[in-house]
Ligand binder design. Structure first.
Ligand code: SAM
Length: 210
């Protein structure tokens, strides 16, 4: 059994996504890195979104994972995606509209923690939350997002293994420390049933008990 499961060429088995290719091209033209989820993870988000009436995303970037979530949403459902950098939010809005999902996706500019607190004050609730932003903030994002979830909802955290540093006790920088705390919280929280999937850089999935 390899320890580098996230390096398996899974993407080669998928048919290819023209929108993923177009976003990669658009990022390359700007000299920006490709930080979008791999297509296989995008497909997983599409699957989970199929039973959501409202979805939340933390970390929009160029809008690819938002498009994957929007692809799965039932008619009338919506996605709120949070982004702190104006240039990312603007590019995401362009890609989301070009993909035909401008009507059901709202890109909210600002610090995610502030927006999550506002969404709570407004009484908004979600069935799916995808977290893919500042890794040292993951434990805080769990606390804030959990308060916004409906029973039965899914919380999904990307990069949950921090390039495997989370499993190296000598790694004490903010990201592995925060990810270890995230794992502890996910398994200690009585409202959640959680697991860790060795998919790409690790995906943590937690379901809110009914
Ligand atoms: C890895 S990228 C997201 C990729 C996107 N989910 C995808 O797969 O297409 C992380 C994004 O989170 C944003 N971000 C970082 N810190 C943030 C914060 N405190 N609040 C909101 N967004 C933040 C970054 O600007 C960046 O655009």
């Amino acid at each position: 059994m390899t320890s580098d499961l996230h390096e398996l060429p899974i993407e080669a088995a998928l048919p290819g996504d023209p929108i993923r290719a177009a976003i990669r091209q658009s990022l390359s033209e700007r000299g920006w890195p490709d930080m979008c989820v791999p297509q296989a993870l995008g497909q997983f988000l599409t699957q989970l979104a199929m039973s959501a009436s409202a979805a939340l995303e933390i970390g929009t970037y160029a809008g690819y994972s938002a498009i994957c979530i929007a692809r799965g949403l039932p008619s009338g459902a919506r996605l709120v995606t949070l982004e702190s950098r104006p240039e990312h939010a603007q590019l995401a809005e362009h890609h989301i509209a070009a993909a035909g999902f401008g009507h059901c996706v709202e890109v909210v500019l600002g610090d995610a923690a502030d927006t999550l607190l506002r969404l709570r004050r407004e009484g908004q609730r979600f069935d799916l939350a995808f977290i893919d932003a500042h890794k040292p903030s993951y434990p805080r994002y769990l606390d804030l997002a959990l308060e916004l979830m409906r029973p039965g909802g899914f919380l999904v955290f990307d990069n949950a293994f921090g390039r495997n540093r989370v499993f190296d006790p000598s790694a004490t920088s903010p990201t592995p420390v925060a990810l270890r705390e995230l794992h502890r919280k996910l398994f200690a929280e009585p409202r959640l049933v959680s697991t860790l999937l060795p998919m790409f850089d690790g995906v943590a999935v937690a379901r809110v008990r009914p």
